[in-house]
Design a binder for this molecule. Structure first.
Ligand SMILES: [Zn+2]
Length: 482
């Protein structure tokens, strides 16, 4: 109902430019963070594209442009006219708006009698203009900024500042304007408590804060590793968070309870404490993977992954899992996980299925030299050691490494570290299930995969500092196989 009233007012006061109306701008797609707000303003004739096809959301806003948009939003008469300013002639497209807004006390010029129509506005000036135009009451930059943040109109930066000195761009200006005009666009926080503190844990990478729970939603900003966030709720692998006044969604996989790197070791690190192994249990949530004999792949591989991790947890080597519960993680996010978390190698865990007609173990690596992942030799060695330890542990048929030429899987192809994918057995095979079904055998498989990664580090990387971790579990390095 409110929308309808505003549309009626807008169409009475503002002649709609249908050449520009509605947003088919090539540079403001459906997932652009300011798409809804820009569409709203353009449809009402308050904002225009720079051309019929482009809005140029990242372009900075001049004082003349700001005056024109504010003037249209307030419905003032924008007919061009002479102004009191020496640098704004009657032919300037914004002259009418500038003169009318000066009369209303919303905008002002400089003591030397100029207006500076081509000067770029910063966020602080913008906050004051909007306060005056919409009677929010703020007179200083800080009070005006606080008024906008309190109303859910503007948000600070994730670093806690308002960014008053930053030049304002058309996308942000459009967001401010749409929210000022129509409260439906404002960020609503009533009744939601973002009370659980967690930390961004991405290694050296940044984490996208998105408008909605999923990678199809536009990114609002990038959060640095270690940033503290308030979590309201978590669902389907996404957390609803607030960070320095900004509300959005982040992938839960990149949040941790403790601040990364904040725990000072009580003893100096020893051995291979610089190594990080990424364990990737396949599938999850609505994607069960292969099923058979009453078992689901997603549960089997998570269980094996946890056993594998528990072995690393007894060493200084860090092990991180792409998922540690029954959640869905996209293949793209799995592939990026290693680089985001400072991973050194990536091991993806799967079971196979083929209508009960096949059995055995196989391991894949991406063997194309043109791969996104340049670590072909390393990945091959990792795959060889994984396959050997799997064979040693479960007495199943050896289907070999890369039985179909090369392992064309997204998690391998798009990875950035040595990566391999194991199929530890066929979940729908009467033979293989004799191992898969037993917790004790899955525990042994977790240990085998742990030892295989040590074999890789020892033989391929020449890391003799992993030797003590074999001894700790009464094992020893494999033969050199690669
Ligand atoms: Zn699978």
């Amino acid at each position: 109902m409110l929308m309808l009233c505003l549309m009626l007012i807008a169409s009475v006061l503002v002649p709609l430019s249908h050449a520009n109306a509605s947003s088919n701008f090539k540079d403001v797609g459906d997932t652009h963070r300011a798409n809804a707000e820009i569409t709203y303003l353009v449809d009402r004739g308050i904002a225009n594209g720079v051309s019929r096809t482009h809005f140029v959301p990242s372009k900075q806003v001049t004082r003349a442009e700001a005056a024109a948009m504010l003037g249209r939003a307030l419905g003032v008469n924008g007919d061009r006219k002479a102004t009191r300013f020496s640098d704004v002639g009657g032919g300037n497209m914004a002259s009418g708006y500038i003169e009318e807004l000066v009369k209303k006390g919303i905008i002002s010029g400089y003591p030397d009698g100029t207006f500076g129509p081509n000067k770029v506005l910063n966020r602080g000036e913008m906050a004051i203009l909007i306060n005056r135009a919409f009677n929010f009451g703020g007179t200083s930059v800080s009070s005006a900024a606080r008024n906008l943040m309190d109303r859910g109109i503007a948000q600070g930066y994730p670093d806690g500042s308002f960014g008053a000195d930053a030049k304002i761009i058309r996308a942000d200006f459009s967001v401010f304007m749409a929210r000022s005009i129509n409260p439906d666009f404002r960020v609503k926080t009533d009744g939601i408590s973002f009370s659980t503190t967690m930390y961004v844990n991405t290694g050296s990478d940044t984490l996208n804060l998105r408008k909605g729970p999923g990678t199809t939603h536009a990114s609002i900003s990038s959060l640095k590793n270690g940033t503290a966030v308030g979590v309201a709720s978590t669902s389907g692998g996404w957390s609803h968070i607030k960070v320095n006044g900004v509300i959005g969604y982040v992938s839960t996989a990149y949040l941790s309870v403790s601040k990364p790197g904040s725990v000072a070791p009580s003893t100096p690190p020893k051995g291979a404490s610089d190594l990080t192994v990424i364990i990737d249990p396949g599938h999850g949530a609505h994607d069960p993977g292969g099923v058979g004999n009453g078992f689901q792949e997603k549960n089997v591989v998570l269980n094996v992954g946890r056993h594998m991790k528990s072995y690393f947890d007894k060493t200084p080597i860090t092990a991180k899992m792409t998922r540690n519960s029954d959640v869905f993680v996209t293949l793209g996010d799995r592939a990026k996980f290693a680089s985001r978390n400072g991973g050194d190698i990536f091991v993806s865990l799967h079971t196979n299925a083929l209508n009960g007609s096949a059995n055995g173990q196989e391991t894949f690596y991406y063997a194309k030299t043109a791969a996104t992942n340049p670590n072909v030799k390393q990945s091959r060695a990792l795959a060889i050691y994984l396959q050997a330890r799997m064979q040693e542990t479960w007495n199943l048929r050896n289907r070999g490494v890369n039985p179909f030429g090369y392992g064309n899987f997204a998690v391998l192809r798009n990875n950035t570290v040595p990566a391999a994918l194991i199929e530890m057995g066929f979940i729908d095979s009467a033979t293989d299930i004799q191992y898969i079904k037993l917790e004790s055998q899955r525990e042994r498989m977790g240990k085998a995969l742990f030892l295989a990664t040590l074999d890789y580090f020892y033989h391929y990387e020449g890391r003799s500092d992993v030797l003590p971790y074999y001894n700790d579990v009464n094992a020893s390095p494999s033969r050199k196989l690669h």
